[in-house]
Design a protein around this ligand. Sequence first.
Ligand SMILES: Cc1cc2nc3c(=O)[nH]c(=O)nc-3n(C[C@H](O)[C@H](O)[C@H](O)COP(=O)(O)OP(=O)(O)OC[C@H]3O[C@@H](n4cnc5c(N)ncnc54)[C@H](O)[C@@H]3O)c2cc1C
Length: 442
Amino acid sequence: MKNPVAIAVSWIGAYLVLILLPLLILLLYPPTSNEQRSFWLEFSVALGFIGLAMMAMQFALTARINRIEASYGIDLILQFHRYTSIVAFFFILAHPLILFIDNPQTLQLLNFIQAPWRARMAVIATLALVAIIVTSIWRKELKIPYEPWRTAHGILAVIAVGFGLGHALGVGNYLGLFWKGVLWTGIALIALWLLIYVRLVKPWLMLKKPYLVETVIPHQGNVWNLVLRPRGHEGIRFQPGQFAWLTLEISPFRMREHPFSIASSAENSERIEFGIKAVGDFTNTIKDVKPGTKAYLDGPYGVFTTDLYENTAGFVFIAGGIGITPIMSMLVTLAERDDERPLLLIYASKTWEDITYREELEALKNTLDLTIIHVLREPPEEWSGETGYIDKELLERYIPKRPATRNYFICAVPKMMDQVEVALHELGVPVTNIHMEHYNLV
Ligand SMILES: Cc1cc2nc3c(=O)[nH]c(=O)nc-3n(C[C@H](O)[C@H](O)[C@H](O)COP(=O)(O)OP(=O)(O)OC[C@H]3O[C@@H](n4cnc5c(N)ncnc54)[C@H](O)[C@@H]3O)c2cc1C
């Protein structure tokens, strides 16, 4: 199956089948006991089953499985992960709440000292889930740094799903013994495999393909280009605009990695360059990285690439600040491929001095049919170009008169991307022609 829409739809179909499978088996093989069970009891159990299956599926959604990722892009998958986790949370929470209302005697199961293990496991799983939801939605407000949050997130997820499965098996009231065994063992094994794959197999594969830092080049806008060379292998083949997770100096097993768009040409996988803006703990250290330092890459990922739109008449790029990096990769690749299509870059920066890759972009005009419009928030006095923010009026002045003939790539801070997306829609650009890369995954 080559059609990308059909592939994307079939992944959603597979997801629905997998989360509804426990319910289906429950319907096909109803409980064998003779006891009279109320509708609400059955309903609450059904919600619990679906919620647990959805939680187990989160391991697949976050395992960066290339085939799934290539259909949607990682930001969309993580958004799906966020929303489905919240839905699963409410299903799982509704499961005991309905039970307690239907049969208040079941409230005794909350007595942690006296309750049977299957109930204790449910309480632990639910508490882990509450902790996951609270720390994920309000991570920034709670001032939890990304790295410890991510470690805790993984541990809590294993507890929530592990104890949830333990609870489902412990209750044992549902499904014929055989099917119950097959189903939950299967789910547990898949979740375990995904965990092993992410924690051990992937880092091991990365360890076998190291890179060495060749040099670090300073650029305007507090940006440092980290140049890597593959050591003992050919390097990753990527499409311009894609990104990779970078680990520096430490073993990939420690999983302290950061995502960065590749800024260099996709025609040269032997010299991979990242443009990194110093904004925090990790990115502030880039300028001091010594040549010869070991690096590891997990990638490439992403669907933000001109390569997927070969038949378009031309491209419009809209960048804000460090959002220029994937666009730089697309431009240098198009230049190396002698692409002759018209290209427009609308690039927002704070000041003239802040414009990252200003000279390099200017030089690309010699090989490409490239128009560059700089938009400055704090322009110098003599500036006669565009100022302020990129809005509908500004876009209307520059984008082609028949806007649907181009594909548009936007990479900037979320607020700017949202505004530009709305403005492009209003100017008649179809939704299928607008592509965005989000730098704020979490
Ligand atoms: C697809 C993608 C491509 C990116 N490309 C570039 C690029 O080309 N150039 C560039 O300068 N920046 C890029 N970024 C942003 C870059 O990943 C963050 O600026 C960097 O990870 C911040 O780390 P820090 O420790 O220096 O800052 P911190 O102050 O620790 O973090 C600042 C914010 O960055 C995010 N962040 C921090 N650590 C991680 C992590 N390990 N994984 C994911 N997000 C994290 C969190 O939202 C955090 O609140 C990209 C992000 C994504 C998602």
